[in-house]
Write a protein that binds this ligand. Structure first.
Ligand code: SAM
Ligand code: DTB
Ligand code: SF4
Length: 349
């Protein structure tokens, strides 16, 4: 796969001397075309692992360098989440409080009414979100769910918000219907490296996830695809996840990096917490390898200090989930995020 970096003369003049870049990146920046565009060749797991192994300062410096080629370094996009169908899910995802088979205290609720979703979307817009993401605890939607979703999507879109949904596995016809209703993004995470996947989920396989992502692309929607770290995986597995994301062609437009939110009753509850520097390194590697993507600092912010979050922004994160709740677990209060943005001089998008 080929992607591009340093896309105009102005950017090239702004770049630091190449000798400050590590050999790993230098090796990738070897194909300058006659239009002044430099091609990045594809990334293998070992190259991404070598990025993750860099001294922290070098890694962050390079991530910030790449980030500034494509993004305003002081702007962060805000997405608000809502759970439109909570609990009672048939799947066995080891991290998830909504799986029916785990005893987490989450009840199986009916799908929210159109009115309730629209009210929540209006509130999200008023608070400053630009995208509204709707999640459902399904293995995949049934046809009747798709019909209801199309009404909801059209109504949210009519408010002037970008729309995103995460409803589980899709079949080709379903993706088309969602797209035609006005769905901009579909979130479907690869979650982890193929080698570690079986430790976390057994009720659907990696290929199922890739198939859904292909349906989303073919239907013309933007792909939101990332994963979860802090599930007891190795650094090599984090590199493996990023390699899978990078090798989607084209790269996902949006890459959520979730830190496991540990919920009592799930199999992954009690996993040793990931060192925050490893989380930040993962964000940096995602930024370097997928320069144009919006990299979202996703679940797990409630457990992170502002300093850790600031380092994630420095490492190239430029999107967050904004609003007091994720799907079933907590997220920083809106007012708290406003204060943090002010301290960091960040603008929202
Ligand atoms: N049921 C659909 C599916 O799994 O595709 C959509 C909803 S599911 C809750 C969306 C994503 O949330 C999962 O793929 C996973 O990446 C993330 N997620 C779920 N529980 C989490 C947790 N405890 N910590 C971090 N991320 C989590
Ligand atoms: C994503 O990557 N993270 C969000 C969203 N996509 C749907 C979900 C996080 C869920 C955290 C656990 C919960 O609140 O239930
Ligand atoms: Fe179900 Fe999605 Fe949770 Fe897996 S992550 S148990 S599919 S709601």
């Amino acid at each position: 796969m080929i992607c591009f970096i340093l896309n105009n003369t102005q950017n090239r003049m702004n770049q630091p001397p190449f000798n400050l870049l590590s050999n790993i990146i230098k090796k990738q920046l070897d194909q300058t075309t006659d239009t002044g565009v430099t091609a990045l060749s594809s990334w293998g797991v070992s190259q991404i692992e070598a990025l993750l192994d860099l001294p922290f300062n070098d890694l962050i410096y390079q991530a910030q360098f790449v980030h500034r080629q494509y993004h305003d370094a002081n702007t962060v996009q805000l997405s608000t989440l809502i759970s439109i169908k909570t609990g009672g899910c048939s799947e066995d995802c080891g991290y998830c409080p909504q799986a029916a088979r785990y005893h987490t205290g989450i009840d199986n609720e009916d799908m929210l009414s159109l009115d309730k979703v629209v009210t929540a979307a209006k509130a999200a817009k008023k608070q400053g979100a630009s995208r509204f993401c709707m999640g459902a605890a399904w293995r995949g939607p049934k046809q009747r769910d798709i019909v209801r979703m199309t009404e909801i999507i059209s109504a949210v879109k009519a408010l002037g918000l970008e729309t995103c949904a995460t409803l589980g596995m899709l079949k080709p016809g379903q993706a088309e219907q969602l797209s035609q209703a006005g769905l901009d993004y579909y979130n479907h995470n690869l979650d982890t490296a193929p080698e570690f996947y079986g430790e976390v989920i057994t009720t659907r396989d990696y290929r199922d996830r890739l198939d859904t992502l292909e349906c989303v692309r073919s239907a013309g929607m933007y792909v939101c695809c990332g994963g979860i770290v802090g599930m007891g995986e190795s650094r090599n597995a984090r590199a493996g996840l990023i390699a899978q994301l990078v090798n989607l062609n084209p790269h996902p437009e949006s890459v959520p990096i979730n830190n496991l939110v540990q919920v009592e009753g799930t199999p992954l509850y009690g996993t040793e917490a990931l060192d925050p520097f490893e989380f930040i390194r993962t964000v940096a590697a995602a930024r370097i390898t997928m320069p144009k993507a919006m990299v979202r600092l996703s679940a797990g912010r409630s457990e992170m200090s502002e300093v850790v979050q600031a380092l994630c922004f420095l490492a190239g994160a430029n999107s967050i989930f904004y609003g007091d709740k994720l799907l079933t677990t907590g997220n920083p209060e809106v007012e708290q995020d406003k204060v943090m943005f002010k301290k960091l001089g960040l603008q929202s998008l």
